[in-house]
Design a protein. Structure first.
Length: 516
């Protein structure tokens, strides 16, 4: 069957309407509006005088990669204790009571390499909120009861939620572990069961003193703020501990050799599949935007017109969704647009094949590999390229419709060293200038399909191990009739060679994953 051209019904009209809404709500254009950054300020500023709210952010240059060996989860626990714990002035219950009438909140997002401590309030409550927000990271109480509560929550997430209630996130974390095994990138951001068990309150205090320093922090402001507030906010950093934080650890995973698989046996589970490999491009680079065009055509998140969705879900009705990514995309089940606060120097290209019956998993993997191989080997066609580029030229306007989201992108811009108007504006400009030849060249340069790792959550690990090792045919059967062209293509997919190494398939019981 010939690859279907990318098609988005009324995409241009939808894009224009949503962009207009975004402009009314937040003044969002193809990039961030002009800021008010001053030469003598390191603050990240996004001024929007019409916004009655103020968004605060402090970017701390620390993440789960800084967890000490044997105490995995310390960065996440420290960040959560600041955002969800008492301060020297007030208990956490008193803080929540004070925030409630303001309809305001603050929180911390800890990722692999960065922690962002953000909050937002209406200008009428600015002073009261500022005191609550800044105290959270300036004078944490490190209360033992708060520590035990949050530590328990993280353990419950690892032992119960991640293992038994979130196969999609489990599959993604399993793939990260498989690709980055032996490096500080390998464990989930929440840590490991034994690592969390080893952490004491004193460990949290030491981690805070080591990494939450004035030299390791950058403030960010968005909305309707004054120059006085900028100076006041930057001044809070002087109250943090001094001293340069330790250098970031080196992340050097072993090279992927051939196609190998990591199967997590979870009794009674259907199959949730993630596969991919490191991709050495980041936001700001021209090849990144070229790959985004190809990836959007292949598997744009929650886009039912993308190619993998059409082949696996639409034509065959096998599962919920099939998507692909060139950047980290956590909480995919809860979000539509790409997240901020997860900037990383090391990114994966990955395909997610969301849950489907175990007896269809081998066929689904074959179908996805086959389409990806055809994309890399044959490249995008002219019609596919033009339709996708036109779609993205409008669609990217919705990545950040609010001041909070746009400020998140500006913080990420600082992480990646993207100057000028930033990634959002550059995205729009790249959609005007990148050529189909550049897209196809980038695919061949960065996508090494001979060396791929796959992680799968499954209730039939032994059966799938044998199927992958032997490359046995995997014919599909349907409960309802399918068009003849689908059935004919199925015959090709069922025997499409995957070439997994005979000794390259590992099984681990779900109760053991991320134990230590």
């Amino acid at each position: 069957m010939r690859r279907r051209p990318f098609h988005v019904p009324n995409a241009a009209l939808v894009g224009v309407l949503l962009a207009a809404i975004a402009l009314v709500l937040g003044g969002c254009g193809s990039g961030s509006p002009p800021g008010t950054e001053e030469a003598d300020s390191d603050a990240i500023l996004l001024e929007s005088a019409a916004d009655p709210t103020v968004t605060f952010g402090v970017w701390f240059k620390v993440g789960s990669q800084n967890d000490p060996a044997g105490k995995e989860g310390l960065a996440a626990l420290t960040g959560a204790l600041l955002a969800q714990g008492s301060t020297s002035e007030q208990s956490y219950e008193e803080i929540l009571a004070a925030l409630y009438p303001m309809a305001a909140r603050y929180n911390a997002r800890v990722d692999k390499e960065m922690t962002t401590f953000t909050g937002r309030t209406h200008g009428d409550n600015l002073d009261a909120f500022f005191e609550l927000y800044t105290r959270a990271y300036l004078s944490p109480a490190f209360d033992q009861a708060d520590f035990e509560r949050i530590k328990s929550d993280q353990l419950n997430y690892l032992e119960k939620t991640l293992r038994y209630a979130s196969d999609e996130e489990l599959g993604k974390d399993a793939l990260m572990h498989f690709v980055y095994e032996g490096t500080p990138y390998a464990h989930p951001i929440a840590g490991t069961v034994e690592g969390l068990g080893n952490i004491t309150l004193e460990d949290v205090k030491n981690f805070y003193r080591r990494y939450y320093t004035r030299e390791n922090a950058v403030v960010a402001l968005g909305g309707g703020f004054s120059p006085e507030l900028v100076a006041r906010f930057e001044g809070t950093l002087e109250q943090l501990p001094g001293g340069a934080a330790p250098a970031a650890p080196e992340i050097s995973p072993a090279a992927i050799e051939g196609r190998t698989a990591f199967l997590v046996q979870k009794d009674g589970a259907d199959a949730s599949i993630s596969f991919g490999f490191p991709v050495g491009v980041s936001r700001g680079e021209r090849d990144f935007y070229a790959l985004w065009i190809a990836n959007s055509w292949l598997g744009e998140h929650r886009n039912t017109a993308s190619h993998l969705f059409q082949v696996i879900r639409e034509a065959r009705g096998m599962n919920y969704g099939d998507y692909s990514y060139i950047e980290a995309f956590p909480e995919g089940g809860q979000r539509q647009m790409p997240p901020t606060g997860v900037a990383r120097q090391h990114q994966l290209f990955q395909v997610w094949i969301r849950t489907l019956p175990n007896d269809q998993a081998h066929f689904a993997v074959r179908a996805a590999f086959r389409e990806l191989e055809r994309l890399v080997n044959e490249g995008m066609g002219e019609e596919e390229f033009e339709l996708t580029r036109a779609f993205l030229s409008k669609y990217h306007l919705h990545f950040a419709a609010t001041t909070r989201e746009r400020l998140g992108y500006k913080i990420d811009d600082a992480f990646y060293g993207i100057d000028g108007e930033g990634h959002l504006a550059r995205f729009g400009e790249m959609m005007k200038s990148i050529t189909r030849e550049e897209v196809n060249a980038a695919l061949k340069k960065h996508f090494d399909l001979a060396n791929v790792k796959i992680a799968m959550i499954t209730g039939d690990a032994e059966g799938l191990k044998e199927a992958l090792q032997t490359d046995a045919p995997s014919p599909m059967e349907y409960a309802i009739a399918k068009p003849e062209e689908v059935l004919e293509e199925d015959k090709e997919i069922a025997v499409h060679p995957l070439n997994f190494a005979a000794d390259g398939v590992t099984i681990v019981p779900v109760e053991q994953i991320f134990q230590k």
